[in-house]
Design a binder for this molecule. Structure first.
Ligand SMILES: Cc1ncc(COP(=O)(O)O)c(C=O)c1O
Length: 480
């Protein structure tokens, strides 16, 4: 019957949009093309399109056609702001961190725990070619150590790309490192003594907490608003109360919440640094992976006095295997250079040359455009799956970029138990406990949505949701 035909066609197209086979923003076939392809009448296609329009799956653009849009779904709320302890805490080793790290390499597991970029983009092939070409044509072995500041070609490319983040620096003010975490470690060594207090985000990327622990520092956790980043009000209070030696923040698309500090608050943050004369280590490792119209500026863009040490790497945009990172060290340049020498002597040349080669070509920008759109869609799919399979009291962050989302479960549900249970079933997540020193995120976890969705990955989300649902009694509510 013609009636069921147009319903069936509408359902089929909705399925394609839901699964991402038809991407958000993609133009659907014209009425005539679709009628021909499906072997149905023009009026059947017109009826199917008007159902999809009514249901919010497509929109009509005058003189252009039908375009897929994201359907308004019953979305889950965003996570709450953290209740932090307003005192510095001595960082203590989390065995859990190493358990998650080690298990993250199990090849048979469905992995949502690692914040690593997807490897299904063409950049992987370009990278391989670049390594091969550089290895063949450039002398990188038998040249002794390289200069401590790192490859000049790479530093030039880093300085060129920094303009996109609003940062104007000379290549001579950049020091290369073995990734961003190493860069932050060099900064902490230069800025602190054991026992000093460092202000960190809450929740905070666990690698930073482990750095703080390994240097014998104390951390004061500053709550992060799930949409606007580190609370400047709480930071000011902490600066009044404690002799804070340094602040660390992931300014754009923080890990794990995915939020960014808005521009006016970045300016205000720099005012705070100048007022209290305290340095800030900025980690902008996710800044290029924005979902919006333009790249957010770095805090460093507003820093005229050199209080900001901007760290980053290509671990999230190209490949963490490269181990190429850097720091723009501001007024601490000489000290950072010395720390790099003491820790590493120098960094290997070949990855730096390959990185400079990739950054100098248009393929990098093309890759970023593709990766941003893929990650945005992959997050949308995760949010859809979460609202389908998790209890409605679950909260999920709305990243404005990056590759990770933060889940907040009802307070009674232990996400570390979920981690162990899921691990036994070969599904890996990052338990919330690792993202703080005071165990306050036991009911939270982080999932990386970087990898392409497959039926197995989708089913794993269903299974995680089922486990949580079984543990949420009807009377359970969130502590507001
Ligand atoms: C916020 C943040 N900073 C730094 C790192 C580590 O980066 P790299 O590989 O450049 O050391 C990660 C990795 O997950 C991260 O999420």
């Amino acid at each position: 019957m013609e009636t069921s035909l147009y319903n069936q066609l509408a359902e089929k197209l909705a399925d394609h949009i839901r699964s991402g086979a038809i991407a958000t923003g993609e133009r659907l076939p014209s009425i005539r093309q679709l009628a021909k392809r499906e072997g149905v009448s023009i009026s059947t296609v017109m009826s199917a399109y008007s159902i999809l329009e009514e249901q919010g799956w497509v929109e009509v653009r005058p003189k252009s056609g039908y375009y897929a849009i994201k359907q308004a779904r019953p979305s889950l709320a965003i996570p709450s702001i953290a209740h932090t302890e307003a005192r510095p805490i001595v960082a203590t080793t989390s065995q859990l961190v190493m358990d998650v790290q080690r298990n993250g390499f199990r090849s048979n597991a469905i992995n949502f725990s690692r914040a690593t970029p997807a490897n299904d983009f063409p950049i992987a092939k370009h990278l391989q070619q670049s390594y091969t070409r550089q290895a063949r044509t450039r002398q990188h072995l038998g040249v002794g150590y390289t200069v401590p500041e790192g490859s000049e070609e790479l530093r030039q490319q880093i300085a060129r790309h920094a303009i996109d983040a609003g940062v104007a620096v000379s290549p001579d003010s950049i020091v290369t490192s073995i990734g961003s975490l190493n860069a932050m470690g060099l900064c902490l060594q230069a800025l602190t003594q054991p026992g000093d207090v460092v202000a960190v985000e809450s929740p905070c990327y666990y690698g930073i907490l482990q750095l703080i622990e390994s240097y014998g520092l104390r951390a004061v956790e500053i709550p992060v608003h799930p949409e606007t980043g580190m609370s400047l009000e709480a930071l000011k209070l902490a600066l009044e109360q404690w002799p804070i030696a340094a602040i660390i923040t992931v300014s754009n698309f923080s890990n794990p919440l995915g939020c960014s500090i808005p521009e006016d608050r970045k300016r205000a943050l720099v005012d705070i640094l100048e007022h209290y004369e305290v340095p800030l280590i900025e980690d902008d490792i996710y800044g290029d992976l924005y979902f919006g119209e333009r790249r957010p500026k770095a805090i460093k863009a507003f820093d005229t006095q050199g209080w900001v040490l901007l760290c980053s790497s290509v671990s999230k945009t190209i490949d963490p295997q490269m181990r190429v990172g850097w720091v723009m060290a501001g007024r601490y340049y000489e000290d950072i250079l010395y720390r790099k020498f003491v820790n590493l002597v120098a960094t290997p040349l070949l990855p730096q040359l390959a990185c400079a080669d990739i950054l100098s070509q248009g393929i990098y920008e093309r890759h970023l455009r593709q990766a941003r759109e893929a990650y945005r869609q992959r997050y949308e799919r995760l949010a859809d799956l979460a609202s389908e399979h998790f209890p409605s009291a679950t909260k999920i962050s709305r990243p404005q970029g990056g590759i990770g989302a933060w889940f907040e479960l009802p307070a009674s549900v232990n996400a570390t138990e979920l981690y162990h249970h899921a691990k036994d079933q070969d599904v890996l997540i990052a338990p919330g406990e690792m993202f703080s020193l005071n165990k306050q995120f036991r009911h939270c976890f982080r999932l990386s949505y970087a990898y392409r969705w497959t039926p197995e990955r989708e089913d794993a989300i269903r299974r995680l949701g089922e486990w949580v649902t079984q543990r949420v009694s009807p009377t359970n509510t969130f502590d507001q």
